[in-house]
Design a protein around this ligand. Structure first.
Ligand code: HEC
Length: 459
């Protein structure tokens, strides 16, 4: 990263010298220099945005002028279907369903609270920044409409729905999945603990995977699961997590997926698949992260959908900034950079940070200095680590650099501040330290990718 900043700085200086020497720069030259990307100012902008929002909290931003017209439930039902049922559905990640008028009315009181506090849907990627499959399209005036409907007594719809109820739910075909089980585990700690599980997939041939679905007997105990593929028979049995992390076992494995309760289940469209070579095993590295878990039992099961011949393979790549240094009582922006080897198309991404992270912006800068938006998260929340899946593939031409800027708030104004007293924080996997990790689902770029939809959400 430093290297890139310094190079950019030199580049700026050279341009400056060049323009300085040439008394009459052409218009083209001037606009070219204006276009030059400067990550320092991108960082500053993100920081300024965060500080402004800190001064004007949620309630004052919500449109209080929303008129008190009578809201008919028929106009809200599609909002619940689109924004809530990826999780609030039978067998979904959420603890109750919101799939009908009755089930929504039953939860109206808490729904009002989560609307007002902007707590649900749980991760607020900016829908104007990039087009995501699983981004909420729920703006503040829609939140206000839901609140008004509740305040008006949660009345049933007077107008008909636009579609028949069953047409709102495109139910995916769940046959043909193969199920695997991890061992049952009794959690032995009341704070962070890790446990590894090896699952032998019993693959006699190279295989291709379109979807992995995660189930657990006790989802609320899990903070997240990192999923690795062992293609070289490194793992004979489930390693202790200490061995797994400290002896660099994971470095010999291929990271392929992750799961947390912020995730929605999806399946790749028929062209795409992950390759699982013959004999591969899976390693699940599970982080149990909540208080009060000691003594609870948890067992994870996986459903895998195999396919025969994909046209395109998907890779899961990880970038890290191990050098983050967050001084006590400071708000600071850090940057992670990643330079793909070739031209790629992005299918999705999974940023990972802890409690100090507040805001994140992810974008690529091409070799000819064009900015490509990837993802902006306006209120990062540690509890809702999730994957962000793009509606269409995002083309990243060769020689581009991907940047992730994150604002970290290590002050007492951060309501999630994990340390008392407040202290300097560095990179570590413990949740009261910080991380800056970016996982990307990529595939080799093909012309016309921007029009391709790579996946569908499973309901
Ligand atoms: C990405 C998955 C996901 C989406 C999308 C989602 N939720 Fe949730 N929701 C959850 C989970 C998981 C919980 C349980 C949280 C817990 O146990 O701490 C939850 C909890 C809730 C609660 C209970 C909160 C409490 O304090 O008890 C309400 C109410 C709620 N969701 C409403 C909604 C509404 C309304 C939407 C859509 C506008 C929505 N959710 C979208 C996953 C989701």
């Amino acid at each position: 990263m430093k290297c890139i900043t310094i190079n950019l700085f030199l580049f700026f200086m050279l341009c400056f010298l060049f323009i300085g020497c040439n008394k009459n720069p052409t218009e083209k030259e001037i606009s070219k220099t204006k276009l030059l990307f400067n990550n320092d100012s991108a960082q500053d902008n993100l920081l300024a945005e965060y500080l402004k929002e800190l001064k004007n909290p949620v309630k004052s931003i919500i449109d209080t002028n929303w008129s008190k017209r009578i809201i008919d439930f028929s106009e809200l039902f599609p909002v619940f279907v689109d924004n809530c049922t990826p999780c609030h559905i039978e067998n979904g990640n959420a603890p109750f369903v919101l799939t009908s008028f009755e089930s929504i009315r039953k939860k109206a009181r808490v729904i009002r609270e989560v609307m007002l506090g902007r707590l649900m849907p749980p991760f607020l990627a900016d829908p104007h920044y990039s087009a995501l499959v699983n981004a909420p399209r729920i703006n503040d005036s829609t939140r206000w409409r839901i609140i008004n409907w509740i305040d008006q007594g949660c009345k049933a719809a007077k107008q008909p729905y636009n579609k028949k109820i069953e047409e709102y739910f495109h139910t995916s075909d769940r046959r043909n999945y193969t199920t695997y089980e991890a061992e049952e585990h009794t959690i032995n700690s009341n704070s962070d603990s890790y446990q590894c599980y090896v699952i032998d997939l019993g693959l006699k041939n190279d295989s291709f995977v379109r979807a992995i679905r995660y189930h657990s007997t006790n989802k609320s105990t899990i903070h997240h699961i990192m999923v690795y593929l062992d293609t070289a028979n490194v793992l004979k049995s489930s390693p202790s997590c200490f061995d797994c992390m400290k002896k660099d076992v994971v470095n010999k494995l291929v990271p392929i997926d992750s799961w947390s309760r912020g995730m929605v289940a999806y399946q790749l469209s028929t062209d795409f698949a992950f390759k699982f070579p013959k004999g591969s095993k899976l390693l699940l590295q599970t982080h149990y992260g909540n208080e009060g878990n000691k003594g609870k039992k948890e067992k994870t099961t996986l459903d895998i959908l195999y396919k025969t011949k994909p046209e395109r393979e998907i890779k899961f790549e990880i970038a890290n900034n191990l050098k983050i240094a967050l001084p006590a009582y400071k708000v600071k922006t850090e940057t992670l950079t990643f330079k793909p080897d070739t031209a790629i198309s992005l299918i999705g991404c999974v940023p990972h940070m802890h409690f100090l992270a507040k805001k994140a912006e992810l974008f690529a800068i091409t070799n000819d200095n064009k900015k490509i938006n990837i993802l902006k998260i306006n209120n990062w929340d540690y509890l809702w680590q999730g994957s962000y899946l793009f509606k269409n593939l995002i083309e990243i031409p060769a020689k581009s650099t991907i940047y992730m800027n994150v604002v970290y708030d290590n002050t007492s104004k951060n309501l999630q501040q994990p340390n008392n007293p407040i202290r300097d924080v560095k990179y570590d996997t413990y949740s009261n330290e910080e991380m800056m990790v970016l996982c990307l689902y990529t595939t080799v770029l093909k012309k016309g990718d921007k029009t391709k939809m790579p996946l569908e959400i499973l309901r």
